[in-house]
Structures are given as C-alpha cells and as structure tokens.
Design a protein around this ligand. Structure first.
Ligand SMILES: *[C@@H]1O[C@H](CO)[C@@H](O)[C@H](O)[C@H]1NC(C)=O
Ligand SMILES: *[C@@H]1O[C@H](CO)[C@@H](O)[C@H](O)[C@H]1NC(C)=O
Ligand SMILES: *[C@@H]1O[C@H](CO)[C@@H](O)[C@H](O)[C@H]1NC(C)=O
Length: 366
C-alpha cells in the first residue's frame, strides 16, 4: 500500500508536469501568434495589400477607369471654357487666368524606359510615386529606406532633367501621371510642414523656409491683434519643440497667398496645379487623387503595365482628422472666399468643392 501510494503520487506528479508543459506550450503558441498579428499590423501593415479577388480587382479597375475618363473630360472642358493652353481658341484669346505658354519640363520626372512621365505635387502622394520611380530604376529598397537624402534628390539622380527637345518628344510618347489633392488640404499641409514651426523639422528645410518666406510674410502681414496662435489654434506635433513665435500664422500665410502673384513669386510647394503641372498643356493619361489614392494607385500600376515591377504602397499621411476645421476656423468667410478665388481654376479642373471649408470659417467678419 505504501508502495502503491508512492507510485500513485509519482503518476500525479508526472501528470501535473505534463499539464504544466502543455499550458506552457499553449501560452507560448498564443503569445507567438499574437506577436505575429501585432507585428504584422504595426510593422508592415502599412504597406500590405488587402486581398483582392480577381472579381474585386476587375470591379475596382473598371470603376477607376470610368472615373479617370470623367476626370480627363472635366479638365478638357475647364481648359476650353477658360480658353487655356492647347484648348485655346485662336479667335478669342482672352482668359481670366494668366497661363504659361509651355509646360515646366524641368519639374517632370520622365522615365523613357518604362514609358512614364510624372509631375510631382508636394504633399499629394509624391513620396509614394518618387519611391516607385526609384524602384523602377533599380534603386534598392534598402538604399531608399536608409538614405538620408530627400527622395526627390535620389529620384532626380536616376532620372535627370531632360533638355527641351528631348523632353518635348518624350512627353508625346510616354504615359503621363498626375496626382492631385484637395487644393486647401494641400496648402494647409505644406504650411504645417514648411512654415508653421521653424524649430522643428529643420531636416525638411523649415529654417530655410523661414528665412526665404516666413520672415517676410510676418513683416508684411502680421496682425497685431493675433500675433501668435492660441494653443488650440494649431496642432502640436508629438515629441517636437513648439514654434518659436516668429513664424507666420496660418491667417498670415493665407493673406500672403491671396496677395501674391504665385506664378512669379510663389514657391513650388504652394503653386497652383495649373501653373505647376499645366494640365491645359499636357494631357495627363492618369489623373489620380490622394482622396482615392489606394484605388488610383492600383489603377495606375495596371494602366502602366507595371504590376510585375511595383506594388501599391500604403503610407499613412499621419494627418490629423480635424486639422482643416481647426485651421479654417481661424479665417473669415471672406478670406476663405478670396483664397478659393485664387485657386479656383484648380478646384474646377479637378472637381473639388470648398463648401465644407466655408462652413468651418468664422461666421462673423473682423
Ligand atoms: C513605350 O511606348 C512606345 C511607343 O508607344 C513603344 O514603342 C514601347 O514599346 C513602349 N515601351 C514600353 C516599355 O512599354
Ligand atoms: C533593372 O534590373 C533588371 C534585372 O536585373 C534589368 O532587366 C533592368 O534592365 C534594370 N533596369 C534599369 C533601368 O536599369
Ligand atoms: C474632432 O472633432 C470632433 C468634434 O468636434 C471631436 O469629437 C473629436 O474628438 C476630434 N478629433 C480629434 C482627433 O481631435
């Protein structure tokens, strides 16, 4: 009996050990699975493609194609209506808009090998597409992610500017891609990135922008009643020092935009699309929008026949969902209307509305 009970307790210990081992194994597996799931969504989820069945892909491409045709027609009609560029009617050569006589060849990235010309608009998906162009030119992903240089610099090195007769010829044969974004969102994004804070983001040239534009804007447009924004009037980025108080406010920047001849004295970062990418002179085959970037990217890649070479990439803009509300609330309705007038042609060419922004604006006038 003594022996028996010893054997019994040995068996119990063995079973107990067995159970513990099992629990440990189960916990380890669970932990590993949740780690993998977490890692996938946090680490690489940004760029993984949602699974598209062939049916869904076809539907997506049809939809994007129909929309692209509509966008091209809207551009045609708008250029025609205002008598601009290649749509100019020789009998009647006045237009309310000053328009350049030729495209700005120097801003385009022309890839003759892959039959693609791209007009990069800052803060409108340009990082994604310049990245794609570099990949097409065999710059390795590793080099691109570890590089300290701006992506536009790397892209310019592998796709140098073409001289005019060459560029002109290449524009005739290549597929032309343009990515736009709501004009007000792009202006706000450029302001927040380049002018709002001269202390943070110096690696993106904020000090240079302060010296070149910010200081002058403040000198000319500083409103004594609103010298610096209240803390609830700008979005403080996490982990960076706040603005120094010498930078132009959003209101001042908007006044500057309204009162400046942007064709001659502006900057590429806030030049109207019609002046920068000249869609009334260059017939873009693909007109993508940031608002539908995921779909439009897939469409562009297929239309360009590059499915085997590049994958759609998804990068979070990191934008604040209420940014336009917070900033446009600092403008009067009349200011929003004047800013709209300044960028009206872009709104019409690319079918955007400013209604919502008008609603965000202050009700009362100053
Ligand atoms: C680019 O377009 C030209 C003319 O349309 C054509 O001959 C050539 O095969 C195309 N190249 C590629 C890589 O698609
Ligand atoms: C990139 O590499 C591929 C494979 O090695 C080669 O076929 C292609 O010609 C290269 N493209 C360029 C632009 O150098
Ligand atoms: C945006 O505004 C809404 C309503 O004013 C508010 O409920 C929400 O928390 C705000 N979101 C952020 C990210 O601040």
């Amino acid at each position: 009996m003594h022996r028996g009970s010893l054997t019994f307790s040995r068996i119990m210990i063995r079973r107990y050990k067995c159970m513990i081992t099992r629990i440990v194994i189960i916990l380890t597996v669970c932990g590993l699975i949740s780690f993998l799931i977490l890692f996938d969504t946090v680490g690489t989820g940004d760029e993984t493609e949602p699974n598209l069945t062939p049916d869904k892909l076809k539907k997506l491409l049809d939809e994007a194609n129909a929309e692209n045709t509509w966008r091209s027609l809207t551009i045609d009609k708008t250029c025609e209506r205002y008598n601009l560029g290649i749509y100019k009617n020789s009998n009647e050569n006045h237009s309310p808009f000053k328009h350049p006589p030729a495209p700005q060849y120097s801003v385009l990235y022309i890839d003759k090998i892959h039959n693609l010309s791209y007009c990069p608009i800052y803060k409108a998906g340009s990082t994604t597409w310049l990245y794609n162009l570099c990949l097409l030119m065999n710059v390795s992903e590793n080099d691109l992610t570890s590089s300290k240089e701006q992506i536009s610099t790397v892209a310019r090195r592998v796709l140098p500017e073409l001289e005019i007769p060459d560029a002109e010829q290449a524009l005739k044969t290549t597929s032309k891609l343009l990515v736009v974004r709501h004009p007000f969102e792009r202006l706000l994004s450029a302001y927040r990135d380049k002018l709002e804070n001269s202390v943070a983001g110096r690696e993106h040239g904020t000090l240079h922008f302060y010296q070149k534009y910010g200081e002058k804007i403040v000198k000319k447009y500083r409103d004594k009643n609103f010298p610096t924004p209240r803390t609830d009037q700008f979005i403080q980025r996490r982990g960076v020092p706040g603005p120094a108080g010498i930078e132009p406010t959003w209101r001042e920047f908007v006044e500057y935009l309204i009162n400046t001849d942007l064709a001659n004295y502006g900057d590429d970062h806030w030049m109207p699309y019609y002046l920068f990418c000249t869609p009334c002179l260059v017939k873009y085959d693909i007109v993508a929008k940031v608002e539908t970037l995921w779909r439009d990217q897939i469409f562009a890649i297929h239309k360009l026949g590059l499915q085997k070479k590049i994958k759609p990439r998804w990068r979070h803009s990191g934008g604040h969902s209420n940014a336009s509300k917070i900033y446009f609330n600092q403008l009067s309705r009349d200011t929003v209307r004047r800013l709209y007038e300044k960028f009206k042609l872009d709104f019409e060419l690319f079918d955007y509305s400013h209604d919502e922004y008008y609603k965000y604006a202050m009700q009362e006038e100053f």
